[in-house]
Design a protein. Structure first.
Length: 180
C-alpha cells in the first residue's frame, strides 16, 4: 500500500493526536478524582484512541467493549443502529465514559446513551476524538472532545473506509479516486 498515492491530506499528525489524548486523559483524571470510571469503547473505530487514552488516565479504571452498526461500508449514517456486541458486565452504579472515534450525525451515540442510561449507571459522559458538527441530526452532550473537523470523510487511527486504513497511526483524507 503506497500511502502517498492514496492520501489527499494529512489532517491530524501522530504528535497532535498524542498531545490531545494526554490532555483529555488529564481532564478526566481531574474531573473524576476519588471515583472509579468505566471506559466503554465503541468498536471498532475507537480502539486505537481508547488504548492511548486509558494510559493517560490515572484512576482506578475498568474497560468494556460494545459494537454497534449504523454504517455498513458507505460513508453516511443509515440512521439505524443495531447492537452487534453488547457489554460483558453490568454498568449499574458505574461512572461510564463512552469512548468514540467520531461523532457525525450523532445518531449512534444518541441511541447508545439512551440504551446505557436504562441500565442504571451512576453517570454517563462522552469522550470523542473527533467531531463533525456540520453533520449533526441528533443532539449529544459531549463533555470531552479532541478535535472539531470539517465535513470530510477521514480515516486512520482506528477509523476506516470499508474496514481498511484503521492501522495508519494518524488521521488523513483519502483521494477521491480511492472510492471509485
Ligand atoms: P454517527 O452516528 O453519524 O454520529 O456516526 C458515527 C460513526 O460513523 C462513527 O463511530 C464512525 O464509525 C462512523 N464515521 C462517521 N464519520 C466518519 C469518518 O469521517 N470516517 C470514518 N468513520 C466515520
Ligand atoms: Mg465508531
Amino acid at each position: 500500500m503506497d500511502l502517498n498515492k492514496i492520501t489527499k491530506e494529512i489532517m491530524i499528525s501522530k504528535e497532535a493526536l498524542a498531545e490531545k489524548t494526554r490532555e483529555l486523559g488529564q481532564a478526566i483524571t481531574r474531573d473524576y478524582e476519588g471515583k472509579e470510571v468505566l471506559l466503554v469503547c465503541v468498536l471498532n473505530g475507537a480502539i486505537m484512541f481508547m488504548s492511548d487514552l486509558m494510559k493517560e488516565i490515572k484512576l482506578p479504571l475498568e474497560i468494556d467493549f460494545m459494537a454497534v452498526s449504523s454504517y455498513g461500508d458507505s460513508t453516511k449514517s443509515s440512521g439505524v443502529v443495531k447492537i452487534i456486541k453488547d457489554l460483558d458486565k453490568s454498568v449499574e452504579g458505574k461512572n461510564i465514559i463512552i469512548v468514540e472515534d467520531i461523532i457525525d450525525s450523532g445518531l449512534t451515540l444518541h441511541y447508545l446513551i439512551d440504551n446505557l442510561r436504562s441500565r442504571g449507571p451512576e453517570s454517563i459522559e462522552i469522550c470523542t476524538l473527533l467531531d463533525k458538527p456540520s453533520g449533526r441530526k441528533a443532539d449529544v452532550p459531549t463533555k470531552y472532545k479532541g478535535f472539531e473537523i470539517k465535513d470530510e470523510f477521514v480515516v486512520g487511527y482506528g477509523l476506516d473506509y470499508a474496514e481498511k486504513y484503521r492501522n495508519i497511526p494518524y488521521i488523513f483524507v483519502l483521494k477521491e479516486d480511492v472510492y471509485s
